[in-house]
Design a protein around this ligand. Structure first.
Ligand SMILES: Cc1cc2nc3c(=O)[nH]c(=O)nc-3n(C[C@H](O)[C@H](O)[C@H](O)COP(=O)(O)O)c2cc1C
Length: 213
């Protein structure tokens, strides 16, 4: 069957729905290693992602050395203390009980950047909206996130960080903009409910399109 004739079955659609329902941001990881072949299959999702002008501006750093991991962890701990200081009363108590990164245990850690200066794509679409390069990286991460889940792996997005400090510690080029720091590994457990909802921080609401008439 030619690829263009491929049809997805009702069963596939329900599996896809299940994958999206069970995606989850993961902050609690088992410490056993991630299979490299599985990780490679998941990283291939970046090659399939949409990007403005086909610019593929994602740059992926795998954080392996103790020095780089320690710097990232310290960065998170400082930013997290500062974030806590911005809340008061019950909200502060609730915040202090949240686990907002799995950086101490996650076997694989990635810092993902957008190369704002890339010439790939010849500026198409990014001339009027340069931020679309960064959106492209987020699109790719979403595919990667789902692909990991399909492999039984989890991803936790860490944004409680000082990006300028991380950029210095990782010595990245000037044109690179931090999109996020990502913890990967086998989740301790899987739930249909986001952890922030379980802990009473926030609840999910249904998206409602507003019609312009
Ligand atoms: C751009 C972005 C940044 C995020 N930053 C953090 C973070 O720093 N720490 C954290 O624990 N979760 C972070 N998250 C995960 C969200 O808290 C999570 O997606 C949300 O609570 C919904 O839960 P779910 O992903 O399990 O559906 C981030 C998610 C996104 C999309």
């Amino acid at each position: 069957m030619a690829l263009r004739d491929a049809e997805f079955s009702a069963e596939f659609r329900s599996q896809l729905d299940l994958l999206m329902r069970l995606r989850r941001d993961v902050r609690r990881f088992r410490t056993d290693p991630v299979d490299e072949a599985a990780l490679t299959r998941c990283l291939a999702a970046f090659d399939l992602a949409p990007s403005v002008g086909l610019s593929q501006p994602w740059r992926i750093l795998r954080i392996e050395t103790d020095a780089a991991r320690d710097a990232a962890l310290k960065n998170f701990q400082t930013a997290n203390r500062e974030a806590l200081a911005g809340y008061s009363g019950e909200r502060a108590q609730l915040y202090s009980r949240l686990k907002l990164s799995g950086m101490q245990e996650a076997p694989v850690q990635l810092a993902v950047y957008c190369d704002d200066g890339t010439e790939q794509g010849h500026g198409l679409g990014a001339g009027t909206m340069p931020e679309t390069r960064r959106y492209s990286v987020v699109c790719a991460i979403t595919l990667f996130w789902l692909r990991l889940r399909a492999e039984g792996l989890g991803l936790g997005w860490v944004s409680v960080l000082d990006p300028a400090q991380l950029n210095r510690d990782l010595q990245v080029p000037q044109d690179w903009h931090l999109i996020g720091y990502f913890c990967l590994g086998h989740p301790e457990d899987v739930s249909e409910t986001p952890e922030l909802e379980q802990k009473g921080w926030e609840c999910r609401r249904a998206a409602m399109p507003v019609e312009i008439r």
